[in-house]
Design a protein around this ligand. Structure first.
Ligand code: F6P
Length: 193
């Protein structure tokens, strides 16, 4: 189950990066996720080290009998360098060069002092390996990540052209259910409330 953290104070303002908390609505969304997953066994929830993913996971954990939340640095959101904490409007107005260069090649663009989709690829792959190793049993595996992180995780399981990866739809009111066996791969975008 590939989930994006629920609504934060930065999401409301369209602000990127940082370490914001969930809003009241975000807490309600995470509680709805908890209710949705209460009858499914989730032994581990892998998150990033950011409060918003851990807060979402802790709420899901409250309805589970045996569940451990494991924050992994590999799943931290793309680091926007000098743009951390800004809105997309701020960037467009204050740093038009950054805005247009990213728009021209979003996958390969690296924020000054930060990261890009291409440079996140290796750490995301390490995170996926760690999660699958730690989960070990053939149980459900749940990852709670971020918009850019989840795009990279999805593209690990489902081939996408690099230029399309930064535009994959990653909403907060739905999650991706990925079933991958030797014979088939199924990707479903499901509503949880
Ligand atoms: O929710 C906002 C966010 O996760 C930011 O922290 C991050 O910079 C951004 O989304 C990634 O999305 P995009 O690559 O489309 O800007």
């Amino acid at each position: 189950f590939l989930i994006r953290h629920t609504e934060t104070y930065f999401n409301v303002e369209d602000r990127i990066g940082g370490d914001p908390d969930l809003t009241g609505r975000g807490i309600e969304q995470a509680s709805a996720l908890a209710r949705f997953f209460r009858n499914k066994k989730i032994p581990y929830i892998f998150t990033s080290e950011k409060s918003r993913t851990v807060q979402t996971a802790e709420l899901i954990k409250t309805f589970q009998d045996d569940c451990t939340v494991v924050p992994l640095k590999e799943f931290n959101e793309i680091h926007a360098g000098i743009c951390e904490g800004m809105t997309y409007d701020d960037i467009q107005r204050g740093m038009p060069d950054v805005y247009s260069a990213r728009k021209a090649d979003k996958y390969n663009y690296i924020y000054p002092g930060g990261e890009g989709y291409a440079t996140m690829k290796e750490r995301i792959q390490i995170g996926i390996k760690k999660a699958f190793y730690l989960n070990r049993r053939p149980d459900n595996i749940m990852i709670i990540g971020h918009r850019a992180v989840n795009r990279m995780i999805l593209s690990h399981f489902l081939y996408r052209r690099e230029e399309d990866v930064p535009y994959i739809y990653v909403p907060q009111d739905k999650f991706y259910h990925i079933v991958a066996t030797q014979d088939k791969k199924v990707f479903e975008l499901k509503k949880y409330a």
